[in-house]
Design a binder for this molecule. Sequence first.
Ligand code: C2E
Ligand code: CA
Ligand code: CA
Ligand code: CA
Length: 279
Amino acid sequence: AKTAGRNAVRFFDPAMQAILVVRMLMESNLRAALANNQFQLHYQVQVNADGKLIGAEALLRWKHSDRGFISPADFIPVAEETGLILPIGKWVLETACVQLKKWEADPDTADLTLAVNVSAKQFQQHDFVDTLCDMVSRHQINPTRLKLELTESTILDNVDATTEKMHLLRKIGIAFSMDDFGTGYSSLAYLQRLPLNQLKIDQSFVRDLSEDENNATIVRAIISLGVNLGLNVIAEGVETKAQRAFLIAHNCYAFQGYLFSRPLPQEGFLAMIKEPPSN
Ligand code: C2E
Ligand code: CA
Ligand code: CA
Ligand code: CA
């Protein structure tokens, strides 16, 4: 019992203490980043089976003054824990609306849809629908160009409230994609009920498609499931022509990945799509 008692004094574990300090530092840096406009959106193209550009996904970047670009994978978890994801997520949506408005004015980009990642905590805010509707009308964007990416856990965590919000937003034309599909647990019963437009196959299944027979089977199954439910299916993390060929052969609708382009800042994105295609 004595040993257990001593072990329970976790607070003085130096490794634990270091983690806490790093988190606190990250939190205060994130607050400063928001105040000092250190966030940017980068855009990664989405193409269909004919190679036609159909849209882009907005991916958040933190341009740190001495550490360069920091991936959202490294700071979103802390942002979620501290609630900072709420102002950050609002900034992301607002910036996406401004971008869509600009794209509308240019014939090369007018038809593109923009997919935006929304975290669970953000979507679960009681005023999420009102806030987004207000943004859409303030920026006067066409809401059918906007797509929200939600993960399975975001949706299933609170399925009734989430479904209701999705229905309200679908009514004004906003589309929904289920991100990282295949990594979580969703039952067929839920999938049929959810007002989704798209399933996005997680990149972990796409990654070793040609070497791993299990992944090939999963990818084929996800595509048929999506097609049977009347959803379009997009694959992310497409890096090779072999992966694209496999996906096309199995009727995947759209693709995203380094094979086409890395995520780019808005100027680079625009320059890239105005370039004549090379393959
Ligand atoms: P995600 O939504 O699954 O985004 C896909 C990630 O894969 C992105 O990482 C993208 O840069 C990367 N990627 C794209 N193509 C390829 C490829 O061909 N190969 C490989 N290996 N990777 C590829 P990123 O930009 O670091 O974002 C990581 C995650 O952070 C995202 O995963 C998403 O969950 C989250 N995130 C990004 N932006 C936002 C945001 O604005 N709000 C929220 N809440 N989360 C965001
Ligand atoms: Ca995503
Ligand atoms: Ca994803
Ligand atoms: Ca992911």
